[in-house]
Design a protein around this ligand. Structure first.
Ligand SMILES: Cc1cc2nc3c(=O)[nH]c(=O)nc-3n(C[C@H](O)[C@H](O)[C@H](O)COP(=O)(O)OP(=O)(O)OC[C@H]3O[C@@H](n4cnc5c(N)ncnc54)[C@H](O)[C@@H]3O)c2cc1C
Length: 338
């Protein structure tokens, strides 16, 4: 493909949109970003911002935005605790600071950013349009795609010193509650079916004896519904319009985490740009089986943890982005022998 510079519109200045704007502008393209938020609100998002260290491979500048390091996760089933040692370990990141760094970087690359621009039609005058406008994507809606399956995530922050380096999770009927240490603060949250979420979260906060908090913040999280054809992800047929990140319905089925998978997808887009058909094929190839495996293993672990907890080891090494149960189990067997 001849090396040509294109005019590209990115709708949405979340982490995925900003990352793509940065990398595409480095390739010499003329990039414009549209976001409905004010500049100083751009990184504000209902999100725990717990990302694996892999994020450093995408945005090395994250080093200056780390609030806490997380070594693992303790899953609290009613009759058993299972400790997952994260490999790679995780970081709680100051997302607003990271977004501000990315905005500085792309401004230096002469990217035009239109803040406070809530689009309700596709922008004109561009060779390519990339919708990075999150779970409620206007780009996706304008192209008449139905919404992906959605769960709800809620969180509160409590001023409670917490120096643990483990996240604690508590499985619920359709998802899980969590407790994340962030130094001076602790985050309490829940993800699951919107129908029962409020009651389940109230019960969890009572159990944890949490009474004083400012307000509950909530947002939708897309969850791909596996299909053999496209993995459950959404891609327009048009040659010059595509979607990336939450807008395409991509998050990890077991946790709702969207950033590492979204950045991995963004790298596929960068590698295949401007061939959006190839981008679709390679993304589906990369994620289809991961999505299916994630959905099955989540159900299996919940079933075993609730009904046959003795069948699950108490401690496992675990890659929370691209898990391999074979690898985790192998490490477990080796540990048992020593
Ligand atoms: C409670 C909760 C906790 C979470 N915790 C984690 C976590 O710990 N780790 C993790 O990896 N993921 C987590 N997630 C998921 C994560 O937040 C998303 O996967 C991620 O933010 C998706 O990034 P994005 O850039 O695709 O979209 P977004 O971050 O949603 O960005 C979309 C951008 O598009 C803009 N936009 C939308 N519509 C328009 C429009 N019409 N015109 C112009 N601009 C528009 C928005 O203003 C926004 O800036 C969590 C989600 C929730 C709800």
């Amino acid at each position: 493909m001849e090396n040509k510079n294109f005019k590209i519109a990115i709708i949405g200045g979340g982490l995925i949109g900003l990352y793509l704007a940065w990398k595409l502008s480095e390739q010499g393209h003329s990039v414009s970003v549209f976001d409905k938020k004010k500049e100083k609100e751009i990184g504000k998002k209902v999100c725990s911002s717990l990302f694996s260290e892999r994020i450093k491979g995408f945005i090395p500048q994250v080093e200056t935005c780390i609030k806490n390091e997380i070594a693992g996760c303790v899953i609290n089933f009613p009759k058993k605790k299972i400790k997952l040692n994260f490999n790679p370990k995780h970081l709680v990141v100051d997302r607003e600071k990271l977004s501000a760094i990315l905005i500085d970087l792309i401004k230096k690359n002469k990217v035009t950013i239109f803040f406070e621009q809530e689009l309700n039609q596709l922008p004109t005058g561009f060779d390519y349009i990339i919708g990075c406008d999150g779970v409620g994507s206007i780009t996706r809606r304008l192209l008449n795609f139905p919404s992906p399956k959605i769960v709800l995530g809620s969180q509160i922050f409590v001023q409670k010193n917490n120096n643990s380096n483990n996240v604690f999770t508590f499985p619920t009927a359709t998802g899980f509650c969590w407790k994340i240490p962030i130094g001076d603060y602790t985050e309490y949250g829940i993800m699951g079916d919107p129908k029962n979420l409020k009651k389940e979260f109230d019960d969890f906060l009572i159990e944890e004896q949490i009474k004083d908090y400012e307000k509950i913040l909530s947002a939708a999280i897309p969850q791909p519904r596996f299909s053999l054809k496209d993995g459950g992800l959404i891609f327009p047929e048009q040659k010059n319009i595509t979607l990336c990140g939450d807008a395409s319905g991509l998050t990890k089925p077991w946790s709702g985490g969207g950033i590492i998978w979204g950045l991995t997808q963004a790298n596929i887009l960068l590698k295949t740009f401007p061939d959006f058909n190839k981008y679709k094929k390679e993304t589906v190839k990369r994620f289809r089986w991961l999505i299916l495996k994630g959905q099955i293993s989540k159900k299996m672990i919940y079933f075993l943890g609730n009904n046959f907890p003795s069948l699950i080891p108490s401690e496992l090494n675990y890659d929370n982005d691209f898990p391999s149960f074979f690898k985790s189990f192998w490490h477990y067997l080796i540990k048992q022998r020593h």
